[in-house]
Design a protein around this ligand. Structure first.
Ligand code: HEM
Length: 253
């Protein structure tokens, strides 16, 4: 049957190539978003005040005469990211091993050929699978709970609600996935300078260094949030914003 189908189709389809372009573009957008996102979250390493200012700036508080910002912008951003994430995941599903036989062929190739690119590809599949559940749960939580982005509330989530493990898994999966993805996009579409073999080696080094850097910064900010949550565990739960408003109103009656 498959033979007959191939015989009939004289004209080669452009659809797979177009889907590949769409997958690379959506991956590029998500990858760049994540690079910025993890750095923004890690503003907590400079203290709750800096994290609060970053949160408020992302809610465009500078446009609000009252300085509160517009939390629905977070829902809007999360909705956009969720849409791109779903499209990207849907396109990625085409490349998953569709049967145990395909999975075994891939494993054999990794073991027998000791092929680095295939190993990276397998890591993409595994981390992509994790992100499908963890990434979408996180983005939908952000989309449905605007106004809950605040350093003290985050600390309560990480420590009090035990979300640190969730974020740790999400962080490691997304960083590994994003940097392998960006490396492979540059390689696949030939966006490299210089001699291909040398450029590829350099790119692989850059990919490893950036992965290590982002994992370090991201893990440190998770630890910081856990510590902050632990220190505030016995205090009444309030936003950092409420605390500074309280202190400014007590000093300026
Ligand atoms: C517009 C969409 C998004 C918003 C508004 C958002 C917001 C946030 C916020 C506020 C935090 C701090 C923790 C908290 O307050 O609970 C956080 C942490 C995190 N987010 Fe997102 N996020 C979005 C999309 C994503 C996506 C698509 C991913 C990856 C698939 C992701 C991965 C992470 C990771 C790994 C952390 C933990 C980082 C760390 O603590 O080092 N986020 N996000």
């Amino acid at each position: 049957m498959a033979y007959l189908t191939l015989e009939r189709r004289q004209k080669k389809s452009k659809v797979p190539a177009r889907l590949d372009v769409a997958q690379s573009l959506t991956g590029l957008v998500l990858g760049l978003f994540i690079l910025g996102h993890i750095l923004f979250v890690s503003a907590i390493l400079l203290g709750p005040e800096v994290a609060y200012k970053v949160d408020k700036a992302l809610e465009a508080s500078f446009l609000d005469p009252e300085g509160h910002g517009y939390s629905y912008l977070v829902s809007l951003a999360a909705f956009t990211i969720a849409t791109i994430l779903i499209v990207h995941a849907g396109l990625g599903l085409r490349k998953f091993p569709a049967s145990f036989r395909q999975y075994r062929i891939m494993q054999d190739q990794i073991e027998n050929l000791n092929h680095d690119e295939t190993r990276l590809w397998l890591m993409q599949v595994v981390t992509g699978f994790i992100l499908f559940f963890f990434g979408s749960a996180h983005v939908f939580a952000m989309m449905l709970n605007p106004g809950q982005i605040d350093p003290y509330l985050a600390a309560e989530r990480y420590f009090g609600h035990g979300m640190w493990l969730f974020y740790l898994i999400l962080l490691w999966a997304v960083v590994v996935h994003a940097f392998i993805g960006l490396y492979r996009v540059l390689l696949k579409w030939g966006w490299l300078c210089g001699k291909p073999r040398q450029a590829r080696r350099t790119l692989r080094v850059v990919q490893r260094v950036l992965t290590a850097f982002y994992l370090l910064v991201g893990t440190m900010s998770i630890l910081y949030y856990v510590k902050l949550g632990y220190e505030r565990a016995d205090l009444p739960l309030q936003k950092y914003g409420q605390e500074i408003q309280g202190s400014s109103s007590s000093t300026h009656p």
